[in-house]
Design a protein around this ligand. Structure first.
Ligand code: GLA
Length: 412
C-alpha cells in the first residue's frame, strides 16, 4: 500500500464521495499494532504485550442503495461488488469470479467480506440491505504491523455502528479473527484483532490469551523512552506456510507431553521429555526447541510487564533482546534482515532493547530507546542497513517513532 501524505481519513472520504456521490453516513478507524514482547504465544494460550500504534485503517460506510455491497479500497484503487452478505463463502481454489458470492481465500476482499459475512450472520438487516464502503490505511501492508487486523476491526466497527448493534470489543475481535481464519485462510491467534479493538492511549495491554483477560500496563513517558519501529521492507515468501507449521509443531509437542496447550508446560516438564530422555515420550529436537521458546517467552512477557510497571526499562530491554534471540534460535522465525536491524539498534547507546515483532520472516523490528537514541536510529539505521542488505530498487528501511494509541472507534 503506497504511503501518501494525505491522511487515510481524507482518502477514504474522497473515495466515498467519488464512488457513491454522497458523503458517508459513518466513519470508523482501527489501529495497527506492535507487540512489545510475547511472540507466537497467543495461539499457545500464552501472554502477549502489544500496543496499538498511530497508524490506522479508516472505513467510510453507508447503507447501499440497491442491496448490493460495494467495496472500494482507495490505496489499491480496486473495487468489488458483493451479493447478499449472508450468502458469501470462502473459496480456497484460485478460480476467480465464477460466482460473486465465492470469495477467494486470502484476496484483499476476503478480509472485509469475511467480517461482513460474519456480522450479517448475526445481524439480518445487514444481509438484507448491503453497504457502500471505502477503505484507506496508513498501516503499511504486509509489514507485520497488522494491517489486516486493523482492516477487519475497522470494517466491523463501522458496520456494527451502522446497524446500531452494540458488540463488545472482545466479541468484535473474536468475530474478526474467525473471518481471518475462514475467509483469509490465516490461522492467526487473537492478539492482533484484540489490540486493534481494545488498545488504550499510553498503555500496553497484557493479554492472557487463554482467558482473554487483559490488564493495562502504563508505557513510560515520552521523555524517558520511545518505541521505534524499523521496517525491514522485506517479506519472505515462506511466512504464511511457516506460521501454520509452527502451530502444528506446538500441537505435536503438546501431544507428546500430554498437555492441552504449551501454556501448561514448564521447564521441568520440558526436561522430562527432552530428546533422548528416558521418559514416557521424547520430543523431537525441533519440537523441543519450539516448546522451549514458548515457555521462556511466556515467562519473559510476564517479567517485562512487571518491569514496565516498575519503570525498569533496562530490564524490559534485556528481556526484549532475549526474546529476539529465542525467536531467532529456538523458534526460527527471524531472518537475516531482522537480525541486522536488531543488532544495529542494540549497539546504539540509549537503546534499552530491540526485537523482531509480529509473525517474523520479514516485516518490522522494534526498539525501546531514549528520545536521543530514537532520533539517532531514525537518522542512521537506513544507511547502515542498506550497507548490509540489497533492497529492491527505491526502497529503504523505514524507521519511525510510534506511541501507544486507542483501539477502534467511530470517528465521525
Ligand atoms: C501474527 C498473528 C498473531 C501472532 C503473531 C506472532 O501477527 O496474527 O496472532 O500469532 O503473528 O506473535
Amino acid at each position: 500500500m503506497p504511503f501518501t501524505d494525505q491522511p487515510p481519513l481524507d482518502r477514504a472520504r474522497a473515495a466515498f464521495l467519488a464512488h457513491f456521490a454522497r458523503p458517508p453516513r459513518l466513519v470508523a478507524a482501527a489501529p495497527g499494532r506492535v507487540n512489545l514482547i510475547g511472540e507466537h504465544t497467543d495461539y499457545n494460550d500464552g501472554f502477549v504485550l502489544p500496543i496499538a500504534i498511530d497508524r490506522r485503517t479508516v472505513v467510510c460506510i453507508d447503507w447501499s442503495l440497491d442491496s448490493t455491497t460495494h467495496i472500494h479500497a482507495a490505496d489499491l484503487n480496486a473495487s468489488v461488488d458483493l451479493p447478499a452478505l449472508n450468502s458469501l463463502r470462502p473459496d480456497p481454489s484460485l478460480s476467480l469470479d465464477a460466482d460473486a458470492a465465492r470469495i477467494r481465500t486470502g484476496s484483499w476482499v476476503s478480509y472485509a467480506a469475511g467480517v461482513l459475512a460474519n456480522l450479517a450472520a448475526a445481524l439480518p438487516t445487514l444481509a438484507a440491505r448491503g453497504v457502500d464502503l471505502t477503505i484507506a490505511s496508513s498501516v503499511p501492508l504486509g509489514s507485520g504491523l497488522s494491517s489486516s487486523a486493523s482492516l477487519e476491526v475497522a470494517v466491523a466497527t463501522a458496520a456494527a455502528a451502522l446497524v446500531g448493534a452494540s458488540i463488545s470489543p472482545r466479541d468484535l475481535a473474536a468475530l474478526c479473527r474467525d473471518a481471518e481464519h475462514r475467509f483469509a485462510g490465516v490461522p492467526c491467534g487473537i492478539m492482533d484483532q484484540y489490540i486493534a479493538a481494545m488498545g488504550r492511549h499510553d498503555h500496553a495491554l497484557l493479554i492472557a490469551c487463554r482467558t482473554q483477560a487483559a490488564e493495562l500496563v502504563a508505557m513510560p513517558g515520552a521523555d524517558r523512552a520511545e518505541v521505534v519501529v524499523m521496517d525491514s521492507r522485506v517479506k519472505h515468501a515462506l511466512a504464511s506456510g511457516q506460521y501454520a507449521e509452527r502451530r502444528d509443531t506446538c500441537r505435536a509437542a503438546c501431544r507428546v507431553m500430554g498437555i492441552d496447550s504449551l501454556r501448561d508446560a514448564s521447564p521441568e516438564l520440558l526436561a522430562l521429555h527432552a530428546p533422548g530422555a528416558r521418559s514416557p515420550a521424547a520430543l523431537s529436537p525441533v519440537e523441543h526447541a519450539r516448546a522451549r521458546h514458548i515457555i521462556s517467552e511466556n515467562a519473559r512477557t510476564l517479567a517485562a510487564a512487571q518491569a514496565l510497571r516498575a519503570g525498569d526499562l533496562e530490564e524490559v530491554g534485556r528481556l526484549m533482546l532475549a526474546s529476539h534471540s529465542s525467536l531467532r534460535d529456538d523458534y526460527q522465525v527471524s531472518c537475516p534482515e531482522l537480525d541486522t536491524l536488531v543488532d544495529l539498534a542494540a549497539q546504539v547507546p540509549g537503546v534499552f532493547g530491540a526485537r523482531m515483532t509480529g509473525g517474523g520472516f520479514g516485516g518490522c523490528a522494534i526498539a525501546l530507546a531514549t528520545p536521543d537514541a530514537a532520533e539517532r536510529l531514525a537518522r542512521d539505521i537506513p544507511a547502515a542497513y542498506r550497507a548490509r542488505h540489497t533492497l529492491p530498487r527505491g526502497t529503504d528501511a523505514r524507521v519511525f517513532v510510534t506511541t501507544a494509541c486507542d483501539g477502534a472507534r467511530v470517528i465521525a
